[in-house]
Design a protein around this ligand. Structure first.
Ligand SMILES: Nc1ncnc2c1ncn2[C@@H]1O[C@H](COP(=O)(O)OP(=O)(O)OP(=O)(O)O)[C@@H](O)[C@H]1O
Length: 456
């Protein structure tokens, strides 16, 4: 069986042509999400990860605005434009289109261009497989956009700075970047700069000769040399002392390292990925982080969103951690009761994915039935902020989630009734449910999941 080709977003205002293109793309093996105008296309992109956009554009202004809006949220998502007669295709390329064809082009030309765009695009998992990020569980568009960027930079030797709060998965992403890089077969060496005292950090990183200091009983090559040919991951780089920052900068500039107590430099070829939960701009302003090192390390910055900003991932992550914990603890737990999942979805998660993992392991260890009940989750989250003071955006999100849950409970999971009460049409209501990770079937009277469902 051939692997399914990646999902495309098809935007075309002409209903007949849209239907025709939809069928043709579908026949070619693509999953297709179709939209009739820019607004619905952008809505669809906000909820459905797509590998590329195919947009029939009839005027330059609309095309330019669409390209700008798409790339504001997903900087590397390729957009292939089918330009109407007389359009300035060079201008559309200038606005960021990955390719521009005329609307009269042959199917073969379109197929070839699509294949090319998808192959150079970052999100074509069918081309290089998804093994590199197999450990990263996600379905949110925020993570999809981030992983697309990660895939693109992985192939280069550019230094990457991963920013994000504690527990968002920075180390996991660093490992995935290494796995997707040409250095994958060589070493991935990780060090946490915050966990080691300054003098030890120096000899750990740069190495030492026997007798270089009291207690140096033998030679140590240092992590930079151990990572030679591969990747060095500097976690919590914001905590690196200034003196070592200067030394690291020299190594990166000269591409060679001198061990403590040695008089010789040794060439090293290392790709640096660093991570921090600090605001390094602020640290630079305060004089605790060197600007020249910052710009060396941050050739590309990748920002991992807090779990609260990608709630759609919570059910998938919770199911993943539960299945893993159940295997480990030898438990027959199949999933979460709907109310239990609601608790998970409503929590603030200041500790991000790591905290979710801990909570799920805790409830799995205590669970005696097939489904995790609400009270176990509530107990594990006891004292955790649920409605703590938060940003307006977070408060709005939380309200939306609670409101939709209440409607679905009231109507027993009947979407038509719930949408009517909310004075929204069904399509829009479904979109809201999807954005909030809610499924109507979990509110139907049986009260439990369909057989075997794990909320994935
Ligand atoms: N998307 C994800 N899918 C599966 N597991 C994840 C995901 N994100 C994080 N985890 C898990 O959560 C835990 C924390 O992740 P990780 O150590 O990568 O975070 P971090 O941002 O580096 O944390 P810190 O800043 O505290 O070092 C790990 O056990 C990791 O496997």
């Amino acid at each position: 069986m051939t692997a399914p080709r990646p999902r495309l977003l098809l935007l075309d205002a002409d209903p007949a042509r849209r239907a025709h293109l939809h069928d043709w793309l579908h026949h070619d093996g693509h999953a297709v999400t179709a939209a009739e105008n820019s607004a619905t296309a952008l809505d669809a992109l906000a909820t459905t990860p797509c590998a590329a956009v195919l947009a029939a554009i009839d005027d330059e202004g609309t095309g330019a605005r669409l390209l700008e809006a798409v790339h504001a949220h997903q900087a590397v998502l390729p957009v292939l434009v089918l330009a109407g007669d007389g359009l300035d295709t060079a201008a559309l390329l200038h606005h960021g289109a990955a390719a521009c064809l005329t609307q009269h082009c042959s199917r073969d030309t379109l197929r070839a261009e699509l294949t090319r765009v998808l192959a150079t695009g970052a999100a074509d998992d069918s081309a290089g497989g998804t093994d590199w990020r197999a450990e990263i569980v996600s379905r949110s568009t925020a993570m999809h956009a981030l992983l697309s960027e990660a895939r693109l930079v992985a192939g280069t030797d550019a230094s990457v700075l991963i920013r994000g709060a504690s527990g968002t998965g920075k180390e996991l992403l660093a490992r995935a970047l290494h796995r997707a890089s040409p250095r994958a077969a060589r070493a991935f060496v990780a060090i946490n700069c915050a966990a080691i005292p300054e003098h030890l950090l120096e000899s750990e990183l740069f190495g030492h000769r026997r007798g270089a200091f009291t207690g140096a009983h033998g030679d140590h090559p240092g992590l930079l040399r151990e990572a030679d040919g591969g990747t060095l991951f500097l976690d919590e780089i914001g905590d690196m002392p200034l003196a070592l920052q200067a030394k690291l900068l020299r190594v990166l500039q000269e591409r060679s390292v001198r061990a403590l107590g040695s008089s010789r430099n040794t060439a090293v070829d290392v790709r640096i990925i660093s991570a921090t939960h600090h605001d390094l701009q602020q640290a630079m302003a305060a004089g605790s982080f060197r600007a020249d090192l910052y710009y060396r390390l941050k050739v590309v910055a990748l920002d991992l969103p807090a779990l609260e900003r990608r709630r759609e991932d919570i059910p998938l992550l919770a199911a993943h951690f539960l299945a893993r914990a159940a295997r480990r603890f030898g438990r027959q737990v199949r999933g979460f009761a709907p109310r239990a999942m609601e608790e998970l979805l409503a929590a603030a998660w200041p500790g991000n994915v790591r905290q979710l993992q801990n909570v799920v392991e805790q409830v799995c260890a205590l669970c005696t039935g097939a489904l995790v009940p609400r009270h176990l989750v509530a107990r594990a989250l006891d004292g955790e902020p649920r409605s703590a003071l938060c940003s307006y955006e977070d408060a709005r999100r939380r309200f939306e989630h609670d409101y939709l849950s209440a409607l679905l409970r009231l109507t027993g999971g009947n979407v038509t009734d719930a949408a009517r009460l909310a004075a929204r049409n069904r399509t829009e209501f479904y979109r809201l449910l999807q954005r909030n990770g809610l499924r109507p079937e979990h509110f139907r009277p049986s009260g439990e999941h369909p057989a075997g469902a794990l909320w994935a």
